[in-house]
Write a protein that binds this ligand. Structure first.
Ligand SMILES: Cc1cc2nc3c(=O)[nH]c(=O)nc-3n(C[C@H](O)[C@H](O)[C@H](O)COP(=O)(O)O)c2cc1C
Length: 214
């Protein structure tokens, strides 16, 4: 099939979410100016640069009634310029999902999901202790995507990763990350996810490969 998204897809569910897969999940902790903590997953998330390391996440329209239409994570980064990405793993999957609930801005999803906040070093938002990797990020740019069709817009937030925490037991003797032990999960379409295990990782030698910059 071929379709132009502006004309609709004709399928029971929008397939787009299943056509860009698997996606990493940015599990974003922020605080507002009053110090209220927020935590939510964003799978429109990725790394976009090595040096300085930079990530992005994209926030759509909030469905919470009676508020300003901004998702709390976006409102908080616009206010404070800071966020933390907490790595989503197999062990944290249920908590990650719980923190996606559409809740009012005063609700601390980190506490609501029974997770443990631990301080960051360089930014104010806390880290999720149960997550083995954390990126402390400072916003470098936000881009509001143009949308001429309805009132809903997406805003992409780019953040420089100014501090990286890695659980020591993830670092193997050869200095590489043990992906099997990390056990990442990824977003597929619809309500589906996939998991990465040691058995599903494979290696391919890249032609003309030069090692990644140190
Ligand atoms: C795995 C997963 C990925 C998600 N990815 C996004 C996303 O990329 N952008 C978005 O706007 N909402 C996304 N959502 C929905 C948000 O997590 C949800 O709207 C949440 O309530 C936003 O919280 P906040 O208002 O506290 O920031 C995702 C939900 C799940 C479960």
């Amino acid at each position: 099939m071929f379709y132009e998204p502006k004309d609709g897809h004709g399928l029971p569910k929008n397939p787009f979410n299943s056509l860009v897969v698997p996606r990493p999940i940015g599990w974003i902790s922020t605080v507002d100016m009053a110090g209220n903590v927020n935590l939510a997953p964003y799978s429109f998330f990725n790394g976009v640069a090595y040096n300085p390391p930079t990530v992005m996440f994209s926030a759509g329209h909030s469905r919470v009634e009676g508020e300003d239409g901004l998702k709390d994570s976006l409102r908080n980064v616009l206010e404070t310029g800071e966020f933390v990405h907490n790595f989503a793993t197999w062990d944290t999957r249920d908590a990650m999902n719980a923190t996606s609930a559409d809740l009012t801005r005063d609700v601390d999803e980190l506490a609501m999901a029974g997770l443990t906040p631990i301080p960051s070093r360089l930014v104010t938002p806390p880290r999720v202790k149960e997550s083995p990797i954390h990126f402390e990020c400072k916003v470098v740019q936000t881009v509001q995507l143009p949308n001429t069709r309805d009132e809903h817009t997406y805003t992409v937030v780019f953040g420089e990763v100014v501090g990286i925490h890695i659980a020591d037991d993830l670092i193997m003797d050869n200095g590489q990350i043990d992906i099997g032990r990390l056990h990442p999960i990824a977003r597929m379409g619809y309500q589906d996810y996939s998991e990465v295990t040691a058995e599903t990782v494979f290696t391919m030698e890249r032609p003309g490969f030069h090692p990644y910059a140190k």
